[in-house]
Design a protein. Structure first.
Length: 63
């Protein structure tokens, strides 16, 4: 999961269209990703996983 998040994170920053530096955006984006991960962990704890891997549930939540 962390690899997927980092991969998406890099692609998001590379695609930046404004004039701000990638480094400046990296800090704010990392904060958003961290908050999302915490929210996803909370959601997964409250989900009944019926015959599915937790990773699959998380991927569906991210999409």
């Amino acid at each position: 999961m962390s690899i997927d998040i980092r991969y998406n994170f890099v692609h998001y920053n590379v695609g930046n269209s404004d004039n701000s530096s990638l480094e400046d955006n990296a800090f704010s984006d990392a904060e958003v990703i961290l908050r999302s991960c915490i929210e996803i962990r909370c959601i997964v704890r409250n989900i009944e996983v019926k015959g599915q891997k937790v990773v699959e549930v998380i991927r569906r939540l991210i999409e």
